[in-house]
Ligand binder design. Structure first.
Ligand SMILES: Nc1ncnc2c1ncn2[C@@H]1O[C@H](COP(=O)(O)OP(=O)(O)OP(=O)(O)O)[C@@H](O)[C@H]1O
Ligand SMILES: [Mg+2]
Length: 212
């Protein structure tokens, strides 16, 4: 990732589009503190991602590209665990867990262990875990990859509502998804941000096509 410069306003959705290997996950990892930048800096709500990593973690919800779940824990246990990490009060945590699982059609799987869920169900659980406690910033790396059309629409609806409470940065390969969800779209290729703007601005500027 090289010379990436972006700014995301509070309570908006920023979609990072780009082909395989463009540098989307790498950029996300720098923001979560998983990777150290060789140079440059990034801040989340005014806090430096390297220096203030521990502080930032508390206001961050993350859905990694590849699900990181505890195979022996149920969906419900995942929700309580991550809600606890967000310092949620127990009753509120249970209510939120119930609401999120329901929005993502996982209510019937609440007590199933994550290891026994289908790929798309695991994906939705990863997203639910990222959203519990309404973290100030939510980073979602390809949250809808592997989901059927019906579940993808449910995720879109949930994210549109979540915007009131969180600032969301998500990566996707889907132009349709970016068009529908994003307040701002950034297109990455070869580690660089090639263009940024609202969907309308990009369509007006590149309506006839854009070659990465
Ligand atoms: N740990 C690493 N060390 C060195 N190079 C890496 C590492 N991880 C990824 N890369 C390289 O960095 C580039 C960007 O990878 P990245 O995972 O950020 O792409 P991406 O945009 O998320 O792609 P995808 O859509 O396939 O998820 C790739 O060329 C990849 O090979
Ligand atoms: Mg990736």
């Amino acid at each position: 990732v090289d010379q990436l410069s972006s700014q995301v306003e509070d309570n908006t959705i920023f979609c990072l589009l780009g082909h395989n290997g463009a540098g989307k996950t790498t950029s996300m990892s720098i923001m979560t503190g998983g990777l150290l930048p060789d140079s440059g800096w990034a801040t989340i709500a005014g806090q430096d991602v390297v220096r203030d990593k521990a502080k930032i973690r508390k206001s961050l919800g993350v859905c990694p590209q590849f699900d990181v779940l505890y195979s022996e824990l149920s969906c419900w246990e995942h929700m309580l665990l991550y809600g606890g990490m967000q310092a949620m009060e127990h009753q509120q945590c249970e209510e939120e867990a119930r609401r999120l699982l329901s929005c993502l059609s996982l209510s019937s799987k609440a007590h199933q262990r994550a290891g026994y869920l289908s790929g798309g169900q695991q994906r939705r659980l990863s997203l639910a875990v990222a959203l519990i406690g309404d973290p100030k910033i939510v980073l979602l790396d390809e949250p809808t990859t592997g989901l059927d059309p019906d579940n993808r629409r449910k995720v879109w609806k949930l994210l549109q509502a979540q915007k009131q409470k969180s600032t969301i940065i998500l990566t996707t390969h889907s132009m349709e998804e970016a068009d529908l969800l994003a307040d701002t779209i950034g297109v990455m290729s070869k580690g660089k941000m090639q263009v940024q703007g609202t969907s309308l601005e990009l369509k007006q500027a590149f309506g006839t096509g854009y070659i990465l």
